[in-house]
Each structure stands twice: as C-alpha cells, then as structure tokens.
Design a binder for this molecule. Sequence first.
Ligand SMILES: Nc1ncnc2c1ncn2[C@@H]1O[C@H](COP(=O)(O)OP(=O)(O)O)[C@@H](O)[C@H]1O
Ligand SMILES: [Mg+2]
Length: 233
Amino acid sequence: MLEVENLHCTLGTNEILRGISFTVAGGEIVTVIGRSGAGKTTLLRVLCGLENISRGKICINGKKACHGDYGLVQQGCCLFEHMTILKNVSYALQAVKKFSTKKAKAIALDMLTQFGLKDKVTAYPSSLSGGQKQRVAIARTLVMDPKVLLFDEPTSALDPEMTNDVVIMIKNIASRGIAVLIVTHDLAMSRRISDRILFLERGKIVENRPTEEFFLDPHSEQVKGFLKNMALL
Ligand SMILES: Nc1ncnc2c1ncn2[C@@H]1O[C@H](COP(=O)(O)OP(=O)(O)O)[C@@H](O)[C@H]1O
Ligand SMILES: [Mg+2]
C-alpha cells in the first residue's frame, strides 16, 4: 500500500504540488489524469526521489518509502541502446543489487520469457518494435522487485494493438500484488485499465473516484469541463 499525505513540492520559485494525498493498495491500478502542466510528471519524480518535497509524507506498507520500493517506467522507454535486451534487463541487478552475472542473467531471462521476448535476448533495442521496447522497459523495472510501479505515459508511442498488449501486461503485474500508478493522456486506456482515477489540476487533486463514476458522474466543474472538451460528457 502506497500512502501519500499532504505532499508539497516546489521547483524553482513555483509550488508545483500543493498538498496531495491519496493511497494505492497493492494490486490496485490508479491513473492520474490532468492537463499538461498540472504536475503529473513531477508527482512521479517526487515519488521516486528524483525531486525533493517541501512538506508531506510518503509511506509504503506503513514505513517511510525508500528508493528501492519504486520502479519507474519512463516515457519513451529509455533503453540502453548499446546493450542487448538481456543486458538491458540484467544490468541493474548486477550494478544495484550486486547479484552475480549468472544470477542476474537467469532472472532477466526468466522475466523476458514471461513477456514473450525470449527470442530477442541477443537483439539490440534498435531492432525492436515500439511495443516490444515497452515490454523490455517494463521487464527491466519488474526484475528489481518494486512494491510500487509507476508509469509515465506508457502508451503514448503505441498503436491501438500494442496499447492493448501493454494494458494486459500492466493488469497482470497488478495481479501480483504490486501497487500501480499510471500517468497518462490516454483516456480510453485509463478507462479500461484503472480501478480509480485521480484528476490533478494545478498541483491539487480535484477528484479521486472509481473509474466509471469519474467518467459517468464527475462531481467537480473542472472534470466536467475537461470531459466535455474531450467530447466524453
Ligand atoms: N525543473 C523545473 N523547474 C521549474 N518548474 C518546473 C520544472 N519542471 C517542471 N516545472 C513546471 O512544473 C509544472 C508541472 O510540470 P509537469 O509535472 O511536467 O506537468 P505534467 O506532467 O502534468 O504536464 C509546469 O508548469 C512546469 O513548467
Ligand atoms: Mg508530464
């Protein structure tokens, strides 16, 4: 269970996050939606310790969160282009977890096999499709055994069929008991995948609702306006 309480974050002279509180239970998929500039990426960066908070508390399973609790799948995958797919997935196990090469490779191979990428282990990222790259990026994050998995725009570069693949994969990951938090512009995807939706505006959460309630019966004027603009209400 991820618990975020009264989070504040200032970048430069602007307060970007202005008192954010929410929870994501293990196995739950929560999506953060909001206009460009609302603070979505900043929220993910704060959660994984890439930005400092000025106030607030982040706990995982009742304890103060630490770096290794999170896995972040960044926008655009960011694979290591000069490494094979196997090395992309095994690298952090050796460099961060200090596993032996043999153990790291075995774990990476197992994860890639689960994701249908066994025949790609010796390939380089440039030879993969967008959907395959996204799967490698997710496998690379998952081998680190995170308690919370964060995604920044996981489907922004994918066509509908590949998006479907990623949706199935993320649901499968959540069913292992991992808390999943997704930032996205892809409303159709968020509707299919999420248990709950958070709507962020100017650094504050204006709605935190079960997915269908969010889309069918938004309470706030902000979300009503947003969905109307998208011709969804
Ligand atoms: N390093 C930074 N310094 C100052 N302002 C920043 C920095 N990074 C982002 N911002 C500002 O913070 C706001 C939120 O950005 P971001 O979290 O990227 O929004 P979103 O992902 O919702 O589009 C924007 O107004 C952006 O200009
Ligand atoms: Mg962003």
